[in-house]
Design a protein around this ligand. Sequence first.
Ligand code: NI
Length: 163
Amino acid sequence: MILKIFIDPHPILHQKTAPVASADLPTAEFKKFIADMKETMRAKDGVGLAAPQVGQGVAVCVIHAKYARGEESDADLVLINPTWEKITRKKEFDDEGCLSLPGIFGKVKRYKNIRVRALDEKNQAIDFLANDFFARIIQHETDHLQGVLFTEKAKNIRQINEI
Ligand code: NI
């Protein structure tokens, strides 16, 4: 089921999410929510999607397989209760947009190389390195889980109206 995308301004986009309890992970309801998040991200042509963007204040995000694992994969990456740390000091400016801020773009400085820890949808602990655009998506999505939108960090913010 394709979920409704919450567009800014909306208070849920500015609230820190709650961690998912491990008891909730195996429930049918939670599995359906994860499947719906993946479907919604793909239907809306997103590279990632965070739970507050579909109105749920929980620490879950999904990242499109193409950016998480490469062109040959169709397994979208699910991150539950994710945390990350930088592993080098290198940062890079690049353009970002967001499904909750349609038509708005801006340049955001992000770490190029990070280490990520999370639970996956099978309740397994995962721990991996992410670089460049993949690292950027994770930083953007984990900001959503903290109630932070990219426009709070961006420079050169501009509105591009669709024709
Ligand atoms: Ni976003």
